[in-house]
Design a protein around this ligand. Structure first.
Ligand SMILES: Nc1ncnc2c1ncn2[C@@H]1O[C@H](COP(=O)(O)OP(=O)(O)OP(=O)(O)O)[C@@H](O)[C@H]1O
Length: 259
């Protein structure tokens, strides 16, 4: 964990003056943040404050919502996300996403993992074999599943399904992994395993995790952002945000005085 006087790692996601409206409702207001590479950043705040909306701006998942309007700038690895230059398909390769409920495709374990890379280009049979082992190793599933690669992913336990979804997101070698409440459908033991996995994976790419769980944010993240009613109130090193917040609203929230 870097001390407050150690320079932050280079920025991998830069958000500047981001406004988002769902129809007439403004869900994000002038959000600016620089997310450091190769570390975990947690987004916290009360229900409805815009955490998931901000996350979904980073891979343009909000594009699918009718009536959505986005203004401002989002850059991932130096590339402009909201403009027309970066095709959405390439963006989705660069930015993986894991959701609250494990959502494997109704396909085999191996097909879940090769689906993305096949969509993004050609994947030879030998490359696919190497890739499947690599990403299953990365999420600690190789030993358990190496003889079940052609089993339906839907037959796995919830924890295995969530690990598989993380492996599927890793298969396109993203620079950033977005995780929206990735443990909320899991029991405490599975949650502990996924948190340990997140810490391992963050040595090679940035992870941005939305969580309602204050303990989880403190256990896994190096940086945290506190959001309230569409604004990013405070962003900084996690211990500082939890123990010496600059803004009284942050201090009140992390102390459990509201939300
Ligand atoms: N598709 C949508 N259409 C209209 N309003 C939406 C849509 N999605 C979210 N909102 C609204 O935008 C606001 C922010 O929602 P968002 O899901 O980003 O919050 P959140 O902080 O992630 O909440 P939670 O912690 O409950 O998941 C909320 O008021 C929500 O009702």
């Amino acid at each position: 964990m870097p001390a407050a006087d150690v320079p932050a790692p280079p920025t991998v996601v830069a958000v500047r003056d981001l406004d988002l409206h769902y129809g007439a409702f403004q869900a994000l207001t002038k959000v600016s943040v620089e997310i450091p590479d190769r570390t975990i950043t947690a987004l916290i705040g009360p229900s409805g404050c815009g955490k998931s909306t901000l996350l979904r701006c980073i891979n343009r998942l909000n594009d699918l919502v009718p009536g959505v309007r986005v203004q401002g700038q989002v850059q991932v690895a130096g590339q402009d996300v909201l403009g027309a230059q970066l095709p959405v398909q390439e963006l989705r390769r660069l930015v993986g996403m894991v959701f609250q409920r494990p959502n494997p495709f109704p396909l085999s374990v191996a097909e879940n993992l090769t689906y993305g890379p096949r969509l993004h280009g050609t994947l030879s049979r030998s490359d696919a074999t190497v890739l499947v082992e690599e990403v299953l190793q990365a999420v600690g599933l190789w030993e358990a599943l190496k003889d079940r690669l052609h089993t339906s992913a839907l037959r796995l336990s919830p924890e295995q399904q969530q690990r598989l979804c993380i492996a599927r997101a890793l298969a396109t070698r993203p620079a950033v992994l977005l995780m929206d409440e990735p443990c909320s459908a899991l029991d405490p033991v599975a949650t502990e395993h996924i948190e340990a996995l997140m810490l391992r994976l963050a040595s090679e790419r940035a992870i941005i995790v939305v969580t309602h769980n204050m303990q989880q944010a403190q256990r896994v993240s190096t940086y945290s952002g506190f959001m309230l009613m569409g604004e990013l109130v405070e962003f900084g090193l996690t211990p500082q945000l939890f123990e010496a917040a600059r803004d009284t609203r942050t201090a009140d929230y992390v102390a459990g005085r509201f939300g």
